[in-house]
Write a protein that binds this ligand. Structure first.
Ligand code: IPE
Ligand code: IPE
Ligand code: MG
Length: 240
C-alpha cells in the first residue's frame, strides 16, 4: 500500500535535457549524460521515501540509435558502468530492476549487464525500477500483435478472445501497473514513443528543468502535483 491514497503507485520518467544542460555549461553532451546518473540515484531515493512502488525510466529509445556513433557508444558504456556500480546498493535497498525494450537489438555486453542486474536484484520488494532500453512503444505494440497472431495460428486463441487485457498481457509491461503519472524533464511536451498504450489515463507533467538538475526535491514536487490532480477516467465525480 502507498503511504496515502494520493501517492502515485507508478511514476514514469522521460529523462530529457542532458545534452542541452551540458551545452549550457560549455561541456560535451557526454558530460550531461554522466551527470544525469546522479538524478537517477536521487529519484530512486525519493521514490523509496515517498512510497512510490514503480519507477520507469526512459534511458534509450529505439530512435536514439540515429545519434552519432560516439554518443551511442558512450551511452551504452555509461549504462554498463552504472549497472555494475549500482547493483549491490540497489539490492541492499530492496530495489528490483527490470529492463524493457528490444533486447535482441542490444550488444552481447549490454545484455549480460542487464541480465546480471535483473538477477542480482530479483528479490527487491520495496521498489521496482523499470529501465526502458532500446524501447519503442510502437514496436512493443507490433510485437504484441505478432505474439497474438502466433497464438491464434497455434490454435489457442480466437479473435473474440483478443481483449484489452489479452493485449496488455503481451506487452513488456505485463506485470507492471500503468503509470499514474508521466514526468518529462527538459521542456519538451511530447511522449517520444514512450508507453503509448500504458499512458491512456496517465497524468502528464512537463517541467523545464533539465534532467541533470532534477533531484529529490523536484521529484517530490511532481508527487505533490499528482496529489492535486483529479483523475476522472471519463466518469463524473462529486466535485462537479
Ligand atoms: C536525454 O537527454 C538522454 C537520452 C535521450 C539518451 P538528451 O541527450 O536527449 O538531451 P537533449 O534533449 O539533447 O538536451
Ligand atoms: C526521449 O528523448 C528519449 C529518452 C529520454 C531516452 P529524446 O531526446 O530522444 O526525444 P526527442 O527526440 O526530443 O523527441
Ligand atoms: Mg532530448
Amino acid at each position: 500500500m502507498n503511504k496515502h491514497d494520493k501517492t502515485p503507485l507508478h511514476i514514469a520518467l522521460v529523462m530529457d535535457g542532458n545534452g542541452r544542460w551540458a551545452a549550457s555549461q560549455g561541456r560535451e553532451r557526454a558530460f550531461g549524460h554522466a551527470s544525469g546518473t546522479e538524478s537517477v540515484r536521487a529519484c530512486i531515493r525519493a521514490a523509496l521515501s515517498t512510497g512510490v512502488r514503480y519507477l520507469t525510466l526512459y534511458a534509450f529509445s529505439t530512435e536514439n540509435w540515429e545519434r552519432p556513433r560516439e554518443e551511442v557508444e558512450g551511452l551504452m558504456d555509461l549504462l554498463c558502468d552504472s549497472i555494475a556500480k549500482e547493483s549491490p546498493e540497489l539490492a541492499r535497498q530492496g530495489v528490483r530492476v527490470m529492463v524493457i525494450g528490444a533486447r535482441a537489438g542490444l550488444s552481447e555486453r549490454v545484455r549480460r549487464h542487464i541480465e546480471a542486474i535483473e538477477s542480482e536484484t530479483a528479490g527487491g520488494k520495496n521498489l521496482t525500477v523499470v529501465l526502458a532500453v532500446n524501447y519503442s512503444a510502437r514496436s512493443e505494440l507490433v510485437r504484441a500483435a505478432s505474439l497474438i497472431a502466433a497464438d491464434a495460428i497455434a490454435g489457442g486463441l480466437s479473435p473474440v478472445m483478443i481483449t484489452e487485457a489479452a493485449l496488455a498481457e503481451k506487452l513488456y509491461t505485463a506485470e507492471i501497473p500503468d503509470p499514474d503519472m508521466i514526468v518529462r524533464t527538459g521542456g519538451e511536451q511530447r511522449l517520444s514513443n514512450f508507453l503509448l498504450w500504458q499512458a491512456a489515463y496517465s497524468e502528464l507533467y512537463f517541467t523545464p528543468v533539465m534532467w541533470p538538475d532534477f533531484g529529490e526535491e523536484e521529484f517530490r514536487g511532481a508527487v505533490e502535483e499528482y496529489g492535486r490532480r483529479e483523475r476522472r477516467f471519463g466518469k463524473l465525480t462529486n466535485s462537479y
